[in-house]
Design a protein around this ligand. Structure first.
Ligand code: ZN
Length: 278
């Protein structure tokens, strides 16, 4: 395995709440903090039904940086009413991030089965443009997360970093950038050049890590921990850092297999695989 970047810094380890989803946000905060983790990305279900402002304070009191919330997006819709409902939901997501004290909302942009991808991409651009005033009012930014093309039918019509960069150029807003996730992007022959381009645009907002297991038995919930699959994560981190990225390395793993294990043991594995394979 090539190692184009130095060993990762524990101070830059962030874990998504969904990675250890059986822990509620209070438990996750205590466990992450005790293990020396410094960042947390909070999925919206993790603060549902809670006082969001107080939850944000609780996280900061545990010494955690709130890196982002997941997720907004799903802008395309078959009807005007569907698209408006998505815009309303994204406005809520931005307000929630503001209350929590998160600087960024990650966008899974959306797609409608049967609707041409070009149409969905235009609806995504229009949807983001419609919520930009909320970003400007609150300071909360949006990170377009390109998804692996296997999700182009129903989850995202944005499938490469090149497309996400194009959208950033079209939207021309300092509030819109990219969430780059190795699971979605590792296969792309243009990845190194598009990461460099994203850095030049000032749009490289976040970096998500996990691994692609071979074989993968479930295309949603069989992600691997870093080192369990085929992605040269350290090489990609090297490209991201060469592009000027100084943010957190965010461990985002959906895995029925890993969710089923003892979560304290799992957290130890996360930290070990972070050092060895990130
Ligand atoms: Zn991600």
């Amino acid at each position: 395995m090539s190692s184009s970047a130095p060993l990762p810094d524990l101070d830059r380890l962030c874990i998504h709440t969904i990675t250890t989803k059986s822990w509620d946000v209070e438990t996750a905060a205590k466990k992450f903090s005790a293990a020396g983790v410094k960042g947390i990305t909070v999925w919206r279900d993790a603060y549902a039904g809670r006082d969001i402002t107080a939850t944000g304070q609780m996280l900061r009191d545990e010494g955690l940086s709130i890196v982002s919330t997941c997720r907004g997006g799903f802008f395309p819709g078959a009807t005007d009413a569907d698209r408006q409902a998505a815009i309303d939901d994204n406005r809520r997501a931005i307000e929630e991030a503001h209350q929590l004290g998160a600087p960024l909302v990650v966008l899974v942009c959306g797609a409608v089965p049967g609707q041409p991808l070009v149409e969905s991409r235009q609806q995504i651009l229009d949807g983001i443009a419609a919520v930009l005033p909320d970003c400007e009012a609150t300071g909360v930014k949006l990170g377009i997360e390109p998804l692996h093309p296997m999700y182009a039918d129903s989850r995202s019509a944005v499938n490469t970093l090149g497309q996400a960069n194009d959208m950033c150029e079209q939207l021309k807003s300092s509030h819109v950038g990219v969430a780059a996730d190795v699971y979605h992007l590792w296969w792309d022959p243009a990845l190194e050049t598009e990461i460099a381009r994203c850095g030049k645009l000032g749009a490289l907002f976040s970096f998500h890590v996990c691994d692609w297991r071979s074989p993968t038995i479930d295309f949603l919930n069989d992600r691997g921990l870093m080192g369990e699959g085929v992605i040269d994560i350290r090489q990609i981190r090297g490209w991201v850092e060469a592009a000027g990225f100084k943010g957190f390395n965010e461990v985002e793993v959906f895995s029925n297999r890993l969710w089923a294990m003892d979560q304290d043991e799992y957290l130890k594995l996360i930290i070990e695989s972070y050092y060895q394979h990130t």
